[in-house]
Design a protein around this ligand. Sequence first.
Ligand code: CP
Ligand code: NVA
Length: 311
Amino acid sequence: MSVTPLDHFVGIDSLTSEQFWGLMRLARDLKEEWTRSGRNEPILSGKSLAMLFEKPSLRTRVSFEMGMQHLGGYAFYLSPAEVGLGTRESPADVIRVLSGYVDGVMARVFAHRHIEEMVAWGSVPVINGLSDFSHPCQALTDVYTIWEQLGSLEDRTLVYVGDGANNVATSLLMAAGKVGLNVRVVAPAGYVPSDEVLTAAEAEVDITDDLDGVMGADVLYTDVWVSMGDEEEKEDRMAVLPPYQINTELVRRTANEEVLVMHCLPAHRGEEISDAVADGDSSRLFPQAHNRLHAQKAILAHLLGGAALPS
Ligand code: CP
Ligand code: NVA
């Protein structure tokens, strides 16, 4: 049975489990093709992607641009200053203009509603490249990386440590729910997922502020304590989050010598993760970052090139 195609890639919660697995399998196939032969079939020949950024980026910008190029297409960067999303021009007008020029739009925004507005008004696929609410490209990559690293997702436990209410945690919880990963969030009060996110995640999520919650983890995951746009909360956050650093002692506390450590990057080394762990044997930070390329190729091949999602 074929998997129902997607129109956009805006949030993990709007995907079925079959669609999520379909994107992971397509990512695996495109990565295998690229690794084996050093090239991909140019299935996006003649296709273009506008990449609209309201915030800085290394991974998202470069992996989308290279992903389009590897698939035979063309991507270009639009800076915050030149577009002025919501200031110089409304998201509804921006997307209606771009819909006449390009085959898809990837946007990194402050307000998630700007992504939703573009979906509502545009006539080309919209990809969420991070908003204040979610980071679905990252979550697809992360679960794909866990699958690749561990071989199977059955009976595996992912423990998210730190700011459990941010965009990366939100999408990761939702992605975990699509594949049946067990999830634990180890975070101080006030930095735990909202009830809305927990309901949308459809995952079994245990929440604790006790660091012993890392025990038995197969994967330990963290992200920065102060996300882009949250800078005015820095003092409050730095007052409560430091005990939740992933360091050698916390890795030891998992009692799993094979635990994998992940971080979406960029990292604030010495804050949410120590150098020793980020550069140590447990770290999968760089394979994870590299997989952004392959996961996003799957999104692009499907949305812009009509590649089927394997079941
Ligand atoms: N992880 C991630 O999205 O990185 P960038 O902010 O560099 O794109
Ligand atoms: N939570 C971080 C992720 C960066 C990729 C932020 O939004 O700044």
